[in-house]
Design a protein around this ligand. Structure first.
Ligand SMILES: [Zn+2]
Length: 283
């Protein structure tokens, strides 16, 4: 069967970026492995119901168990935590710490990722795009390491002690396309409701996705699981907050897809595909 490996920066990123898609692939028999770089140590408690001293005092353990719960809902077969420390937002003090992911030695991080890829042999790797709209240092690091990983894991001259080279076929980043935001925004307005994307729509360049190769994967069957996984991150996600302002039925009626930008490929990719594993031969 096909295999997928997803790289993420923090606990909760696996649930806010492409979770329903991964759940759908797991249902179809794909083996899915999650790699999470940090423990989310610098995260604030963003759900008022969870903002209690005993939770704040144990945030690392709480976030760890939230991640395990969310990964189980999505159906990941394996969760690998790299154990780096959350770097916090740009200019925060967390950024200065030697154990912050953003300060980790590039070659060390890459060798660990190469070892995982050569071991798991994924056909598709999920990484991050350039994150212009959310320049969190850990997300930028996942972007940088991911692109390098795709090349290095396949190159026998790099990290010869990290296993047999493995050439993944394609690499994508989960993204939110302009198309998606506009469709959902319009659907909310048509229902006479406030759109959480109103401000975003005003600022966005309507041509921001021009020239990108974006694949929309149908998530009609698994959208609830994606949302349940996100809800499992109780400290990070307010069930009455931004992420859930658009009702599930509105997403289903207006844009029942998750978007993935193609970052790299070793197989021909059709201009319009609907499946991240399109064009890949098993063998
Ligand atoms: Zn994150």
């Amino acid at each position: 069967m096909f295999r997928l490996l997803a790289l993420h920066a923090h606990p909760d990123d696996e649930s806010s970026k492409g979770a329903a898609t991964v759940a759908g692939y797991v249902d179809a028999g794909v083996r899915a492995v999650l790699v999470t770089a940090t423990g989310g140590e610098a995260g604030d408690i963003l759900n008022p119901a969870m903002d209690r001293p005993e939770i704040a005092a144990n945030l690392v353990a709480v976030r760890h168990s939230e991640l395990q719960e969310a990964a189980a809902i999505i159906g990941y077969h394996k969760v690998i935590m790299l154990g780096y420390r959350d770097s916090g937002m740009p200019d925060s003090e967390d950024n200065e710490r030697a154990d912050a992911f953003t300060n980790a030695d590039d070659e060390e991080v890459l060798e660990r990722l190469v070892t995982i890829v050569r071991d798991e042999k994924p056909h598709v790797i999920l990484g991050y795009d350039s994150h212009e709209r959310y320049p969190h240092p850990d997300h930028l690091a996942v972007h940088r390491h991911g692109l390098e990983l795709f090349t290095a894991a396949a190159d026998g001259d790099r990290f010869p002690n990290a296993g047999e080279p493995w050439a993944a076929a394609k690499m994508y980043a989960p993204v939110r396309s302009v198309n998606r935001m506009v469709k959902i925004h319009q659907a909310m307005l048509e229902r006479g409701e406030e759109s959480p994307y109103a401000e975003w729509i005003e600022r966005i360049d309507p041509d921001a996705d021009v020239g990108k190769r974006i694949t929309a994967v149908d998530i009609s069957a698994t959208i609830s699981r994606g949302r349940d996984a996100l809800r499992a991150h109780r400290t990070q996600v307010d069930p009455d907050g931004f992420w859930f302002r658009v009702p599930e039925e509105v997403v289903l009626a207006s844009y029942p897809y998750e978007d993935f930008e193609l970052l790299a490929a070793r197989v021909p990719v059709e201009p319009r595909e609907s499946d991240l594993f399109d064009g890949i031969a098993l063998g």
